[in-house]
Ligand binder design. Structure first.
Ligand code: UDP
Ligand code: MG
Length: 311
């Protein structure tokens, strides 16, 4: 087949302080990519690394023109990095994966097969993730349960940041999903198109340590719920109904026991605290939504590129 007719694969890899893992990742990925019948590009998105990651990437890019670099002006986060990679990609199929080899490059071969079969979205579902520790695993499964209850949109539990999409889907993400506060995995699972899943075993990180702190994950979970569900906003209505019902019950009780009404000091204090707790909780929830509205309104860029190479 003529080279220009060859399909092209874009491998998008987000990099944040991965100096210890990068070279090994490149070797593994390169070994697999050479086996692939498609033409390919390897887009590394440097998410404001403070270590030698960019230097290593520059060396790789000088030695191999398949390697392309998009380098951010500061750390914008993993999702922003994936979005930038998708924006700059030119392939017919795009795969997003991490640089720490937790997502095995061997899967690329299987993904290409799925693309050839006509699938446009390939969700990679991890079968186990021992390295994450029980707390992260438990929190992750609780999070997926909660978001599936709260949102009309259905999420695959254990879906990871490892996924593959066709050019068509990439264009939809590039042009129509530019929210500032977002959950990329959620979009990928919910844009429609022929979709399939591949199971993979998440390996331990080859080197370095996880860049996601529990705090970051918590913030991320709250944002996701707020982005994909309006239900928390409506909690106010339920709380209002509940408070009204409680009021009526207390009213009836007071009327019936009027003669010897108790002094009720404790009741008043407890009810006061309880009601204020609900009230502040709801104000807080509304605050979360307003914060997101505000972020969207300001329309600041999702990422800022400082330099690119081989692009
Ligand atoms: N990452 C990033 N920006 C960040 C945090 C992480 O680009 O602010 C990259 C990181 O280099 C890695 C991937 O995102 O390639 C996943 O991060 P990590 O392995 O720390 O997360 P975990 O696998 O523990 O969920
Ligand atoms: Mg990782």
């Amino acid at each position: 087949m003529n080279d220009s007719m060859k399909k092209r694969l874009s491998l998008v890899v987000s990099v944040y302080n991965e100096e210890e893992a990068l070279e090994q990742f490149f070797q593994e990925a390169d070994r697999i990519l050479r086996k692939v019948f498609w033409d390919y590009e390897l887009i590394f998105v440097n998410d404001g690394s403070q270590d030698r990651s960019l230097e290593i990437l520059n060396h790789l890019a000088e030695a191999d023109e398949h390697v392309k670099i998009v380098s951010f002006s500061k750390n914008f986060g993993h999702e922003a990095a994936m979005i930038a990679g998708i924006d700059y990609s030119t392939g017919d199929g795009i795969i997003c994966m991490d640089a720490d080899l937790q997502h095995p490059p061997e899967c690329i071969l299987e993904i290409i097969e799925k693309f050839e079969e006509g699938y446009q979205v390939v969700n990679m579902v991890r079968t186990k993730n021992e390295s994450a520790g029980w707390f992260k695993n438990m929190a992750s499964s609780a999070f997926y349960k909660l978001i599936n209850v709260l949102s009309d949109v259905k999420f695959e539990s254990n879906a990871s940041d490892f996924f593959a999409i066709s050019r068509k889907v990439a264009d939809v993400l590039k042009h129509d999903y530019r929210e500032k506060v977002r959950f990329l995995r959620g979009y990928v699972q919910n844009v429609g198109f022929p979709k399939t899943t591949i199971k993979y075993e998440a390996c331990p990180r080859v080197a370095g340590e996880s860049k996601y702190s529990i705090r970051k994950l918590f913030k991320f979970s709250v944002n996701t719920i707020v982005c994909f569900s309006n239900l928390p906003l409506k909690m106010g209505v339920f709380a209002g109904i509940f408070a009204a019902a409680l009021g009526i019950i207390v009213l009836v009780y007071t009327l019936l026991t009027r003669g010897g009404a108790p002094s009720g000091y404790a009741t008043i204090v407890i009810l006061n605290c309880f009601m204020f707790a609900i009230l502040f909780l709801i104000v807080g929830i509304i605050g979360e939504y307003i914060a997101i509205l505000f972020a969207e309104l300001k329309d600041r860029p999702i990422y800022i590129v400082e330099e690119t190479k081989n692009i």
